[in-house]
Design a protein around this ligand. Structure first.
Ligand code: NAD
Ligand code: DAU
Length: 350
């Protein structure tokens, strides 16, 4: 019997991970601890919220008293730690919020796990969901490997690098069983429309400008979110204790090429004249310290656990656009902020 604490389960990746584990493993009990910041949205989980093996707790991972109580009350056997401040631009504006959640929050969880498990580490695991941004920025060639030296360059990536270091420190110092995965850029349903792809989909729908930072030459390696959580499932169950796994799509796009492909597909789906969405492209001031290129080598995950991405990017992007076009109510609720009412209605009025 496993009781798994998923943190940040109401966010983008966390909601896909929670859905997968709740549906695929009815024998596991899943506790979702999420503070419901601006990025947390319980509507992301409305299809599974009444399952008997699922429970939501609204709370902050930096609240040590609450976190300790959850470990004791629910007899937590594993942690899938997703909660984070995740947006690079917000980290440039407010670095301390990232130190608080990503560093102090992670150490609070590690400490609670260490104290509650108290050296009995059989069938226990602390799994940290991390990012490729900890490795820094690549030039035109090369890849990030699991042993690439850390070189974070934004407050966001510095906070994630710090949290990775703490996870490894708890493994080496206290033998806490841990796994870390570092993934490239995700896309798919429930992605908050502050990030490049959902922001651009929303702006195309509404005929608003598409802000491209700098010249649009920065490169990201895009992976469909369901492929990411499938990798996490494999690593959680079959990966080795203390190990790090890189997860990526082998799917590099410059931002401008990606946005042109998005415009092409959306013109077609919205029955607009070919080329009309591209006219919305607007080059704006670059992001401060903008990393040029990320590219993951995921050979270890393929060789050890047989994982490969299942979707070609054009297909994944098409599925993603279709989801946003079919879920304009979700999108509008997020954009106008009314998704925050959902928690009140769902949990305080019954
Ligand atoms: P997100 O911003 O969509 O969701 C974060 C979730 O964490 C939200 O539900 C939010 O309410 C919750 N949260 C934030 N602060 C909290 C706190 N103090 N206590 C409790 N809950 C809190 O993020 P995401 O894009 O789903 O990313 C999830 C994880 O995956 C993060 O750790 C991120 O670093 C990592 N990651 C993301 C990507 C990506 O492309 N999105 C890629 C690689 C790794
Ligand atoms: O690589 C993994 C990381 O990917 C995750 O760890 C982060 O949580 C996630 O937010 C993402 O970070 P990026 O900064 O790469 O994602 P974002 O969608 O913000 O930006 C993607 C690229 O597009 C980046 O080069 C900046 C650029 N961009 C972004 C926005 C929001 C624009 O040109 N215009 C925009 O309006």
């Amino acid at each position: 019997m496993q009781t798994i604490l998923i943190t940040g389960g109401a966010g983008f990746i966390g909601s896909h991970l929670t859905r997968l584990f709740v549906s695929k493993y009815p024998q596991y009990k899943i506790i979702n601890l999420d503070a419901l910041t601006y990025a947390g949205n319980l509507q992301n989980l409305s299809d599974i919220e009444s399952r008997s093996n699922y429970q939501f707790i609204k709370g902050d991972i930096t609240n040590a008293k609450l976190v300790n109580e959850i470990f004791e009350t629910h007899q937590i056997t594993s942690v899938l730690h997703c909660a984070a401040e995740s947006h690079v631009d917000r980290s440039i504006a407010d670095p301390l919020a990232f130190v608080r959640t990503n560093v102090i929050g992670t150490v609070t969880l590690l400490q609670a796990a260490k104290e509650y498990w108290n050296g009995d580490y059989e069938n226990k695991l602390f799994y940290h969901i991390s990012t490729d941004e900890v490795y820094g920025s690549l030039g035109e060639t090369g890849f990030f490997y699991e042993d690439t030296a850390y070189d974070p360059r934004s407050p966001y990536s510095a906070s994630k690098a710090s949290s990775d270091h703490f996870v490894r420190a708890y493994h080496h110092t206290y033998q806490l069983p841990v796994k870390i995965s570092n993934c490239s850029n995700n896309y798919g349903p429930f992605h908050f429309p502050e990030k490049l792809i959902p922001l651009s989909i929303n702006n195309i729908i509404n005929n608003k400008p598409l802000p491209i930072y700098g010249k649009g030459e920065n490169i990201r390696d895009w992976l469909y979110v369901e492929d990411h959580v499938r990798a996490i499932d494999l690593i959680f169950h079959k990966g080795k204790n203390g190990e790090t796994y890189n997860i990526g799509g082998h799917n590099e796009w410059t931002n401008i090429a990606l946005i042109r492909e998005l415009c092409r597909q959306m013109d077609h789906k919205l029955n607009r004249e070919a080329g009309s969405s591209e006219k919305l492209i607007s080059f704006v001031k670059d992001r401060a310290g903008h990393d040029l290129r990320y590219a993951i080598d995921a050979t270890k995950l393929k060789d050890e656990l047989g994982w490969l991405p299942s979707l070609q990017f054009e297909e994944g992007l098409s599925k993603t656009i279709d989801w946003y076009l079919a879920n304009t109510a979700w999108l509008n609720d997020v954009v106008n902020g009314s998704y925050k009412d959902y928690y009140e209605e769902q949990y305080h009025k019954r």
